[in-house]
Write a protein that binds this ligand. Structure first.
Ligand SMILES: O=C(O)CCC(=O)C(=O)O
Ligand SMILES: [Fe+2]
Length: 321
């Protein structure tokens, strides 16, 4: 090869190598997709500040939400699960107006042994049969055997005035309802140590059926935290009889006591389970929204105020009203 040819080749090789080098260098440089990144000198300080704020936010919000404890789980069968809570001052001020009404204790009692399994099954059958006469728009339907009110479209109608009433009701429904209410009344008198004769059934005492359908009227919003004595003026003692099972027949729908010690204590409904409590602010509570299935229950309420007493419903009276 002549000197001239070698020089040309060398220079060609050099040019190629230079090209390759510049290509490599450009691929090493990271080009930000959206232009140059801002360079804060205080970037680290900012990052730390944001982290500290995040930790504060987590601590703040978790300290605001109550801790949760299961008072009565679905799977456990309780004969007598009691929890005493100090009576609120306003509750005491209210009940002392009625001789013999001040309970020995305030608080709650859950028992799976007051109502028999066959009574609960028969009541559930009755609840399903009678509530089928209603036409609720949202997820909550009620049926009050005392007044005859049943959820119907935007409000309520008197079911005793409905054409199908005579064929739907059975005499045994009223006997069963009375027997069960009397058993609950005795249990309330026993646990709270008040005379049975001064515990009157009061309004509203009703069957309820809850589903996950979206609320359409104010009556559908059963999940708000409340005090029964404030919602229903005449209440002194509240009791609930559950007719279906949490986690099997429905999801959600647990009963929750919101306590002053920042603990939410839950009662999981179970067929035949009775939960009773003093109706003052010592027993502030709510019912969780039902997320699936159907939840049946009966609310049986008592007052010591005779002027708010209601009598046991009797089928023959009701058909004539
Ligand atoms: O159904 C329940 O578990 C409770 C309902 C309730 O809180 C009420 O009727 O005041
Ligand atoms: Fe309530």
């Amino acid at each position: 090869m002549s000197m001239e040819v070698r020089k040309r080749k060398d220079s060609q090789l050099q040019t190629k190598t230079n090209k390759a080098d510049s290509k490599d260098r450009s691929s090493d440089e990271i080009k930000p997709k959206f232009g140059p990144l801002p360079q804060f000198r205080t970037q680290r300080v900012w990052a730390r500040g944001v982290m500290v704020l995040g930790v504060f936010a987590v601590v703040y919000f978790s300290s605001k939400s109550n801790k949760e404890i299961a008072l009565a789980k679905y799977k456990d069968v309780h004969e007598y699960l009691a929890q005493e809570v100090s009576c609120s001052a306003s509750y005491k001020d209210e009940v002392i107006k009625f001789p013999g009404c001040l309970p020995k204790r305030c608080g709650r009692l859950v028992s799976d042994k007051i109502i028999s399994a066959s009574e609960a099954t028969a009541l559930l059958d009755m609840a399903k049969r009678l509530l089928a006469m209603g036409k609720p728009l949202g997820g909550a339907a009620i049926l009050d055997l005392h007044s005859g009110a049943i959820s119907y479209e935007q409000g309520f109608v008197n079911m005793y005035k409905m054409n199908e009433a005579a064929s739907v009701f059975r005499d045994s429904d009223f006997e069963l309802y009375r027997t069960v209410q009397t058993k609950i009344q005795l249990a309330v008198a026993n646990y709270f140590q008040v005379e049975r004769d001064i515990l009157y059934l009061t309004h509203p005492t009703f069957f309820s059926r809850l589903t996950s359908s979206p609320p359409l009227t104010i009556h559908d919003e059963y999940w708000h935290t409340h005090v029964d004595k404030e919602t229903y003026e005449a209440f002194h003692f509240t009791s609930l009889l559950y007719l279906s099972d949490y986690g099997r027949d429905f999801q959600g729908g647990r009963f929750v006591f919101v306590d002053a010690d920042k603990v939410n204590r839950t009662v999981e409904p179970r067929t035949g389970r009775v939960s009773m409590f003093t109706s003052g602010s010592e027993n502030t509570h709510f019912v969780e929204r039902v997320s699936a299935g159907t939840r049946y229950a009966i609310t049986v309420s008592f007052t010591c105020d005779q002027k708010h007493a209601i009598s046991h419903p009797v089928i023959h009276d009701k058909r004539n009203t």
